[in-house]
Design a protein around this ligand. Structure first.
Ligand code: ARG
Length: 466
């Protein structure tokens, strides 16, 4: 049976139907059918509330619940036939229900509009999506901690402007990402909480004449509260923007890690080797092993940003209350959530299985005169103002560069020729492990500071997982 305009559930006042083409154009079913669980849960709670308030009979409530349960089973088993002519998941389930149970099905929509229904479904569904993403972000955080722990003591060059700057512990570098993903967890939690508010009971925009108990429905559905304003309730899509933004920032963090993974695994760096399971070959160059999946996550970041901008643009300048534009609200968010979820799974596997080349990292830490600040600090310790010390060591670096020497190759005599304040201790000061260990400030790369940071990170993860 084709349900077209005149025989649609809203068809009473219509004499002509949209064309088949227009019908499909106006449908959101392919996008919103994944909210079927939320839609059924919402209808179960709404009808239970209508029964409790004496708006519909208990027999009707029972029939509705049985009918919805049967539909849920059919959808779950893949036996439910979605018909694009139903427009959306709400119409689809309601029509099937009414076909199955008759008049009781027709009473389900009492005191409800699709406007508060779709908003409620989206809130419920997105609460769940945000929670799933939080779990996946926490898996990645756990993987970063494992690798940071297992490679404690490995020294690598730290960069600014992609030029060698100062040596750091590899664990410290990974922990920087850990904290980024920790903030993502906070952002996703805020997005989840933004969705934890129920629009249902607002009806089309103005509330309804039926004596609804919104608090009861909210409790049935596990919402923390209800929207205080019915017009805001049906028009608000901030919670979707929050989720989309949280996804965008997390993707941005992933893309930065991807970028590092890509150059770390290049032949010029060889700091890490990706597992074969997270690499691909070339169809022409037999020797190739490409970090495809890191590149792909980096690339997919663009589409997640696009999803955010799309929704911001849909919502811009929309008058109150519901406008059909808002049907365009879910596809991008679902895409952002799917893309981020998959990317997190891939990244977690990639991090867990990569091989760390500690020797290459250490070798890299010897180049680039990365102990220069420490030599300057050494002179400061002997009483020289820092600016003067900076100039002395700058000149020393220039001389070394011309002579093709590293700072570690200089003798005490070489150093004293640059400035008489240098002595034996200065040779020790340029030792790479010393350079790292001496950065004892809280949050610095010194071994003890990183140990404390690792401990803090573990505690924070455990708290976030609880
Ligand atoms: N399919 C619509 C959507 O996803 C449901 C709400 C329709 N409401 C309306 N008044 N036409 O936004």
């Amino acid at each position: 049976m084709k349900v077209t305009g005149t025989d649609a559930m809203w068809g009473g006042r219509f004499e002509a139907s949209p064309s088949e083409f227009t019908q499909v154009f106006g449908a959101s079913l392919p996008v919103d059918q994944r909210m079927w669980r939320a839609d059924i849960a919402g209808s179960v709670a709404h009808s239970a509330m209508l029964g409790k308030q004496g708006v519909i009979s208990q027999e009707d409530v029972d029939a509705i619940h049985k009918g919805l349960e049967a539909i849920g089973k059919r959808i779950e088993a893949g036996e439910f036939e979605f018909d694009i002519n139903d427009e959306d998941i709400h119409m689809s389930i309601e029509r099937n229900l009414t076909e199955a149970i008759g008049a009781a099905g027709g009473r389900l929509h009492t005191g409800r509009s699709r406007n508060d229904q779709v908003a409620t479904d989206a809130h419920l569904h997105c609460k769940g999506l945000a929670q799933e993403l939080i779990g996946l972000v926490n898996d990645l955080r756990a993987a970063l901690l494992e690798v940071a722990d297992a490679n404690f003591g490995v020294v690598m060059p730290g960069y600014t402007h992609m030029q060698k700057a100062q040596p750091v512990l590899f664990s410290h570098h990974l922990l920087a990402y850990y904290w980024m993903f920790t903030r993502d967890c906070t952002r996703l939690t805020a997005a989840r909480d933004a969705a934890d508010c129920m629009p249902l009971g607002s009806a089309a925009l103005a509330g309804t004449t039926f004596p609804l108990d919104r608090a009861f429905t909210a409790e049935q559905l596990g919402f923390a509260g209800v929207y205080p304003n019915s017009m805001d309730a049906v028009s608000d899509r901030d919670f979707l923007l929050d989720l989309s933004y949280a996804c965008s920032v997390t993707m941005m963090h992933l893309s930065r890690l991807c970028e590092e993974i890509i150059y770390w695994s290049s032949d010029e760096f060889r700091f890490i080797r990706l597992s074969d399971a997270y690499s691909t070959g070339s169809s022409i160059m037999p020797q190739k092993k490409n970090p495809d999946f890191a590149e792909l996550i980096r690339g997919k970041t663009g589409r997640v940003y696009g999803d955010l901008v799309q929704l911001l643009t849909v919502m811009k300048a929309l008058p109150l209350a519901y406008n059909k534009d808002m049907q365009e609200d879910k596809e991008g968010v679902f895409d952002a959530v799917d893309t981020l979820g998959d990317s997190l799974v891939v990244m977690t596997g990639m991090i867990r299985t990569m091989t760390v080349n500690a020797d290459r990292m250490r070798a890299g830490a010897h180049g680039g005169f990365m102990a220069a600040t420490d030599l300057a600090d050494y002179l400061v310790g002997k009483g020289m103002p820092f600016r003067d010390a900076h100039a002395v060591v700058g000149k020393l670096v220039l001389d070394c560069e011309k002579a093709g020497k590293t700072l570690q190759e200089l003798t005490v005599a070489d150093l004293q020729a640059a400035d008489p304040l240098f002595d034996e201790g200065a040779v020790e000061a340029v030792d790479i492990d010393q350079v790292v260990a001496k950065r004892t400030t809280q949050g610095g790369t010194g071994h003890d500071a990183v140990k404390a940071q690792l401990e803090l990170a573990k505690q924070r993860l455990a708290a976030d997982q609880a």
